[in-house]
Write a protein that binds this ligand. Structure first.
Ligand code: ADP
Ligand code: S3P
Ligand code: MG
Length: 170
């Protein structure tokens, strides 16, 4: 059993939103590792960061991704920082991985109103987002089968692009 597609990318790229629509389109189930983590920990992600720290969140995340890759055969969305773990990047080498990209301005706009992402909750979200992109872009590209820029398109259009890119690549 293996996911039809694993979706990675920065916060606000639309992994959850587009991932769900993509699963609908392909007629397969959708699973989001962030939701798995919330269920496992029994509390929201912001509370895990506050109570237990980022390192503990990443430990739980690494295990949750590994389990989901084994168990899920639909579309699987990861959290934006899952690719930071080398062990996760190694596992992803065996999978079809869709990298949804988003630029700093649009990423900050999309995530700006939410308090659910503790990493972006600081005083300067634009600088934080910029630094996050600089650190992670090479990692997303290392694992990606296809890369789709989401800045200028609605989720439904992005789904069509993903399906096209995956069909062309297979
Ligand atoms: N292509 C898009 N255009 C406009 N808004 C979007 C797009 N993709 C996602 N969004 C919005 O951005 C926010 C973050 O989307 P989400 O799917 O949670 O991203 P991620 O899971 O990658 O962090 C949501 O409010 C969502 O509706
Ligand atoms: O970028 C990150 O490090 C994170 C992104 C979040 O998921 P989304 O990318 O779905 O927002 C969530 O896993 C956590 O807040 C950490
Ligand atoms: Mg998400």
């Amino acid at each position: 059993m293996s996911p039809k597609a694993v979706v990675v990318g920065p916060p606000g790229a639309g992994k959850t939103t587009v991932g769900e629509l993509l699963a609908d389109k392909l007629g397969v189930p959708f699973r989001d590792v962030d939701a798995d983590i919330v269920e496992l920990a029994g509390k929201p992600i912001a509370d895990i960061f506050t109570d237990d720290g980022e390192a503990e969140f990443r430990r739980i995340e690494g295990e949750a991704v590994a389990r989901a890759l084994l168990e899920h055969d639909g579309v699987l969305a990861l959290g934006g920082g899952a690719v930071l773990a080398e062990s996760t990047r190694k596992l992803l080498a065996e999978h079809t991985v869709v990298f949804l990209n988003v630029g700093m301005a649009e990423g900050v706009r999309r995530t700006g109103l939410s308090t659910a992402r503790p990493l972006l909750a600081g005083v300067n979200p634009r600088a934080t987002f910029r630094a996050l992109l600089d650190a992670r872009l090479p990692l997303y590209r290392e694992v990606a089968t296809v890369e789709i820029d989401t800045d200028k398109h609605e989720p439904a259009g992005i789904v069509d692009e993903v399906v096209k890119a995956l069909t062309e690549g297979s």
